[in-house]
Write a protein that binds this ligand. Structure first.
Ligand code: UDP
Ligand code: MG
Length: 151
């Protein structure tokens, strides 16, 4: 397995509902490494670029309106297979179809309020990380307990 980085963002509903700690805890306990974290209210331009792939979809305006409505917690997480694993931890886009045990399956009901975003491929991850973060906002570091984490 290759060590990857992925972009995750707790959406305004997750922040407003006080779920930041809960979500960070799940990713930390899984064993992934947090390499960047900031809270921001995204500009319209940032949100439109981030969701550019959905520009022609009927929900696009509502989605951009919502994501710019309040603070988002933007993060980069690192680890083996983290891109697809984080998507599994997040669960299906429709929270009512997301498995119990996943973030959306446990914490959300509505597709327009599904708490968290996660990159869906290596290409998307690279694009989204560079869209939301400057290179010097990403930290290279080794956990002091690394010896217990690897074979
Ligand atoms: N979305 C929505 N209505 C839809 C489909 C998507 O509001 O019918 C929103 C939802 O918040 C979703 C986001 O648009 O998380 C991006 O959609 P995508 O299909 O990329 O889902 P994701 O990758 O977040 O699971
Ligand atoms: Mg997506």
């Amino acid at each position: 397995m290759v060590v990857e980085r992925t972009f995750l963002a707790i959406k305004p509903d997750g922040v407003q509902r006080g779920l930041v700690g809960e979500i960070l805890g799940r990713l930390e306990r899984k064993g992934f490494k947090l390499v960047a974290l900031k809270q921001l209210i995204p500009s319209r331009n940032l949100a439109e670029q981030h969701y550019g792939v959905h520009k022609e979809r009927p929900f696009f305006d509502a989605l951009v309106g919502f994501i710019t409505s309040g603070p988002v917690v933007a993060m980069v997480w690192e680890g083996e297979g983290v891109i697809s694993s984080a998507r599994k931890l997040i669960g299906a886009t429709k929270p009512l179809e997301a498995e119990p045990g996943t973030i959306r399956g446990d914490l959300a009901i509505n597709i327009g309020r599904n708490v968290i975003h996660g990159s869906d491929s290596p290409e998307t991850a690279n694009f989204e990380i560079s869209l939301w973060f400057k290179p010097d906002e990403l930290n290279d570091w080794s956990p002091a307990d690394q010896i217990w984490r690897v074979e």
